[in-house]
Design a protein around this ligand. Structure first.
Ligand code: GAL
Length: 683
């Protein structure tokens, strides 16, 4: 994986976009999922005219088309897809063509019910929805490979073909399958990982509760059991499930590479604070182009912050390279408890926030709003209401905006701050039978991210294996399970001059979820200069205070200073006077331990203090807290400043350069109106 070095230290050597781009797509990519199989011929013809009007240049086709393309086993009906591909090619619109394998057709689940997935409690998930397959099923895989090869061979030379879209949101509905097929594949995966059953017994700590295995044949997935399943078994099952989906992806991708080596391949990931089903970082090297789907949490009045986190995380998975937003929504979705329509300007700001954070393509689910099926109340680029609607006008406006932003393509985001994100820590930290059930890994991640967002500081979200040398500030929230080498990398960053922040419930266990003995936070004791003898998690509604006046909830611990200094102590509660936040100077930098969960205001004050120690300034100073500002850096030295005003007040910024959305020159004070967006090519 590659990560760009920080702006001030950049030698420019890492600036070149190094992932392939959809063939023939010029400028930024714009479009959405296109499902013409749901519509009659006249609508299909109109679709392409409307797409041209909106400036669409890339559409994802055939994602859920298996049953339409292969209505009976071995009998293909390519007619509608041939026509669609031709019509799009004639209009100069490129296609991200799907493998059509995201949902098996009814004839397949009927003739091979053994491909159906099974839940933890043994329920077989039937057909009639979507994604009703067990990814470990050799029978399903064989059929999926056959379909993939058929579609690849059919359209290999088609001029519309720009990108392969494998399956769809792999694991979205069935991240963990507990079927017999999964059991067999899990055993094989464990055999490769541990080689001998003795090693597995040691790693899983099976001396506990009479769990010792005599052979791999005795092992099952962590199916519903009378009480807590073995934690390492659960952790390994999460690792296996991610790898199993990746193995399936690779097999389909290899067919596509064999048939069309000139066409890049991707699949739409789901990087966000809501999804821990896969270790997305481990997918990075297998994706020619990284693509993500993100849906705004519409009940969250500041949902644009979680959106930004998801975008930065996707850029992290892409190793800093530009990526594509494969799906989001023009307005309401249909699957949240209350599906709020987006406010005027919100969809444009959402889209541009992704672009500001490295997306070179903005796409939607879906092009035309369905009139039947489970998603008919989900918004689309072309709504039920037709042309005379704000949604359609928004679609056209965004198309113009993205055309104007074409020069941004390939430029990169350079951050001096990093947050370490680790999926195995996420999985393991949230297992059962822990000091508190109220700890949410993504909740902690989002709290630290929000503090940086509110301070206007750009941040990279990087894996624990990333080279941290270029960063001046590194934050590791709840990095629960670490290997020695990962802990050493954080220590080296501090030695090398960074401010390194480690938060509570970090470094507690090794990669097998075995506690590091001698006091918490095991792996980081030396770096942080502290030793905790016992956790004191707080009860529900229990709140205490730190000596700076900030309230704190959820967590406390009895921490001894062994080389560190207390930065905040507890001002009340059972640990009154004990350290809550500490700092230890080391090498050129410092290591901070945050053994408490301060309120949002307390956390922002702390992060401000640490960022100042790191010498990091906001991208633009003095903005209203709901105004987002971010810069992309092009290889030729051009910089693009995005200013997105999510607030209800006008915001004046000092800039000089060209404002690309309006095509006007800016020299000095420029007003970005409430709810509006501006992108400056700076001079
Ligand atoms: C995604 C999925 C799309 C559509 C969308 C609705 O998870 O890939 O097919 O269902 O959600 O928001």
């Amino acid at each position: 994986m590659r990560f760009p070095r920080t702006a001030p230290r950049s030698d420019g050597g890492t600036m070149t976009a190094s992932r392939p781009w959809p063939v023939g797509v010029t400028g930024l990519a714009y479009g959405g999922d296109y499902n013409p199989e749901q519509w009659p011929q006249d609508v299909r013809v109109e679709d392409v005219e409307l797409m041209r009007e909106a400036g669409v240049n890339l559409v994802s086709v055939a994602i859920f088309a298996w049953a339409t393309l292969e209505p009976r086993e071995g009998e293909y009906d390519w007619g509608w897809l041939d026509e669609t591909m031709d019509r799009l090619a004639d209009a100069g619109i490129k296609v991200a063509l799907a493998t059509a394998t995201a949902s098996p057709p009814p004839w397949l689940t009927r003739s091979h019910p053994e491909i159906l997935p099974v839940t933890e409690d043994g329920t077989v998930l039937g057909q009639g929805g979507r994604q009703s397959y067990a990814v470990s099923s050799p029978v399903f895989r064989e059929y999926a490979l056959r379909m993939t090869r058929a579609i690849a061979e059919r359209y290999a030379e088609h001029p519309a073909l720009a990108l392969w879209h494998v399956d769809n949101e792999l694991g979205c509905h069935v991240p963990h399958d507990f079927s017999d097929n999964a059991a067999e594949a899990f055993r094989a995966w464990l055999q490769r990982r541990y080689r001998s059953i003795e090693t597995l017994n040691e790693a899983w700590g099976t001396a506990f509760w009479s769990q010792r295995y005599d052979s791999f044949e005795e092992i099952l997935p962590p199916r519903a059991a009378p009480t807590y399943a073995n934690p390492t078994q659960q952790l390994d099952f999460a690792r296996f499930s991610s790898d199993e989906l990746l193995t399936h992806y690779r097999a389909l991708r290899d067919v596509l590479r064999e048939v069309t080596p000139h066409i890049p391949t991707t699949t739409n990931l789901m990087c966000s604070s809501a999804t821990k089903w896969m270790d997305y970082f481990s997918w990075s090297d297998d994706l020619d182009l990284v693509a993500n789907d993100h849906y705004l949490i519409s009940a969250d009045p500041r949902g644009h912050i979680e959106l930004a986190l998801a975008a930065d995380l996707t850029r992290g998975v892409a190793g800093g390279d530009p990526w594509v937003l494969m799906e989001h929504s023009t307005s309401a979705v249909n699957w949240q408890p209350r599906n709020r329509a987006k406010a005027p300007g919100e969809m444009l700001r959402n889209s541009l926030s992704h672009v500001a954070r490295g997306a070179d393509g903005i796409m939607f689910f879906q092009w035309r709003q369905s009139r039947a099926g489970a998603e008919k109340f989900h918004s689309a680029m072309y709504p039920h209401a037709g042309r005379d609607s704000d949604v359609w006008r928004g679609t056209v406006t965004l198309g113009r905006a993205l055309e104007a932003l074409a020069p941004v393509r390939g430029s990169r985001v350079l951050s001096r701050a990093a947050i370490v994100v680790d999926y195995p820590s996420w999985w393991a930290a949230e297992l059962d039978s822990h000091p508190t059930n109220a700890l949410s890994y993504p909740g902690e991640l989002l709290r630290w991210y929000t503090a940086l967002w509110d301070l206007g500081i750009s941040v990279d979200l990087v894996p624990v294996t990333a080279d941290l040398a270029g960063y001046d500030l590194v934050i590791a929230p709840t990095l629960y399970a670490v290997r020695d080498a990962d802990a050493a990398r954080l220590a080296a960053a501090a030695e090398g001059g960074a401010q390194v922040v480690v938060t509570f419930f970090s470094g507690i266990v090794d990669e097998n979820d075995h506690v590091r003995l001698g006091g918490y936070p095991g792996a980081f004791r030396d770096l942080l200069g502290v030793r905790t003898e016992e956790f004191h998690p707080l009860l529900e509604d229990e709140v205490h205070h730190l000596d700076d006046g900030a309230s704190a909830d959820l967590w406390s611990e009895k921490t001894h200073l062994e080389g560190a200094q207390a930065v905040r102590t507890w001002a009340d509660g059972p640990l009154h006077g004990w350290p809550a936040i500490t700092r230890r100077a080391t090498g050129e930098g410092a290591a901070w331990y945050v053994a408490a969960r301060p309120s949002a205001a307390g956390l922002e004050a702390l992060v401000g203090e640490i960022a100042a120690a790191a010498g990091i300034e906001p991208t633009v100073s003095g903005l209203h807290r709901d105004v987002e500002a971010l810069r992309r850096f092009a290889e030729d030295g051009t910089t693009y400043l995005f200013v997105l005003n999510h607030s209800d007040r006008d915001q004046v910024v000092q800039v000089s350069g060209r404002e690309l959305l309006r095509g006007t020159e800016a020299d000095g004070a420029f007003t970005v109106h409430a709810g509006a967006a501006a992108v400056f090519q700076e001079s």
